[in-house]
Design a protein around this ligand. Structure first.
Ligand SMILES: [Zn+2]
Length: 88
């Protein structure tokens, strides 16, 4: 393990440790206030990731040509279908 990874791991553990004790110190009132905020934050992060993944997928499927015979997607530089060898 490199030093950088070790430091990152220690940093992460420290942050989690502080968050844990901050939550314990705040008590139920803090959980009620922070819980929904954290949940919304997590949902937003996942949504953004999903969006980015969808955009990447759209970009990767753009520029393909479908085989006129079997409909399989082929790279634009191909001259024959990779599935049925029909000329594109
Ligand atoms: Zn084909």
């Amino acid at each position: 393990m490199s030093l950088e990874t070790a430091l990152k791991g220690i940093g992460l553990v420290t942050v989690v440790w502080f968050l844990f004790w901050a939550l314990v110190a705040m008590g139920p009132l803090g959980w009620i206030v922070l819980g929904p905020i954290l949940l919304i934050g997590i949902v937003q992060v996942y949504r953004k990731r999903d969006e980015r993944r969808r955009q990447n997928h759209a970009a990767s499927t753009a520029g393909v040509q479908n085989c006129p015979d079997c409909g399989a997607p082929n790279d634009p530089e191909r001259t024959e279908c990779k599935h049925c060898s029909v000329e594109l």
